[in-house]
Design a protein around this ligand. Structure first.
Ligand SMILES: CC(C)(COP(=O)(O)OP(=O)(O)OC[C@H]1O[C@@H](n2cnc3c(N)ncnc32)[C@H](O)[C@@H]1OP(=O)(O)O)[C@@H](O)C(=O)NCCC(=O)NCCS
Length: 98
């Protein structure tokens, strides 16, 4: 939907994880996107990816109920609503520009 962006992030190597870089990058990107006019950012880590979920919480994302029709245009719901976690559930998280 207009004003909404779905994010994903992968650091270059696992050697760089757990040092705060991902959280910092997400905070910077969020600020830039809000300045560009986006009002809502979503991210959908796999539930078992505790490190990602922790990082996104630190960046301000909040776990929310997933209502695809609020975030995806109707013609994309079938394609994108299932998410990327092939082997399990994901956690739907939202950051709003308030
Ligand atoms: C997800 C990702 C971008 C997060 O960035 P990051 O720089 O690692 O995140 P941070 O270091 O700021 O925070 C990670 C948090 O998880 C915790 N953590 C670190 N390693 C962990 C592990 N193996 N298991 C559980 N928690 C872990 C850290 O303690 C930290 O929380 P804390 O600051 O409260 O202690 C990065 O880890 C990454 O690229 N991972 C590999 C790819 C990936 O999983 N991408 C996400 C797809 S949705």
């Amino acid at each position: 939907m207009n004003g909404i962006a779905e994010l994903d992030i992968w650091l270059k190597s696992l050697n760089y994880t757990g040092k705060g870089y991902g959280t910092s990058a997400l905070k910077n990107l969020s600020e830039k996107l809000f300045n560009e006019g986006f009002h809502t950012l979503i991210i959908r880590p796999c539930a078992k990816n505790i490190r990602a979920v922790n990082s996104y919480k630190k960046a301000g994302f909040v776990e929310s109920v997933f209502e695809p029709e609020k975030y995806y245009k109707k013609e994309y719901i079938d394609k994108y609503a299932p998410g990327d976690c092939k082997d399990g559930e994901d956690i739907f998280m939202v950051l709003k520009n308030i």
